[in-house]
Design a protein around this ligand. Structure first.
Ligand SMILES: [Ca+2]
Ligand SMILES: [Ca+2]
Length: 140
């Protein structure tokens, strides 16, 4: 029992570190990316309206929380990724995920605190955010 308590305390503390938050962000972006790609395969187009920037701190649909996989911060049914759509561990107007797509390409961003070299070396057009997707110039 004591050992379990120690482990729980350690996990809770580590979640507060910038490095742990970044690992969560990279994992979350991967989850969202898989859902976006799968949605395209199933529906023929990427989720949500084209050429529309979405951020994880703003709900797109009245009555749906940002973290809902149906019409949360991305306005589409992404329940194929589970009941919840990942949001940033801090999720304010600085630390949040961004998503945009056009007809054939998409981009996803996260703001990293610890792995800043990843943001600089991702091949994208913004040194201060981590960019993933197949068109890294969609989001400036
Ligand atoms: Ca970048
Ligand atoms: Ca970009």
């Amino acid at each position: 029992m004591i050992a379990t308590g120690v482990i729980v305390l350690y996990v809770n503390r580590s979640e507060l570190t910038a490095k742990a938050r970044d690992n969560k962000r990279l994992s979350n972006l991967n989850t969202i990316e898989q859902a976006v790609i799968e949605f395209k395969i199933d529906n023929g187009s990427y989720p949500d309206l084209p050429d529309t920037l979405r951020t994880s701190d703003v709900s797109t649909t009245a009555g749906y929380a940002v973290y809902k996989s149906e019409f949360g911060w991305i306005a589409a049914d992404l329940s194929l990724c589970g009941n919840t759509l990942p949001v940033d561990p801090i999720n304010d107007d600085t630390y949040r995920y961004s998503y945009q797509h056009d007809t054939n390409t998409y981009e996803l961003n996260a703001v990293l605190e610890y792995f800043t070299e990843k943001s600089q070396n991702d091949g994208g057009n913004n040194q201060t955010v981590f960019e993933t997707g197949d068109n890294l110039t969609l989001i400036p």
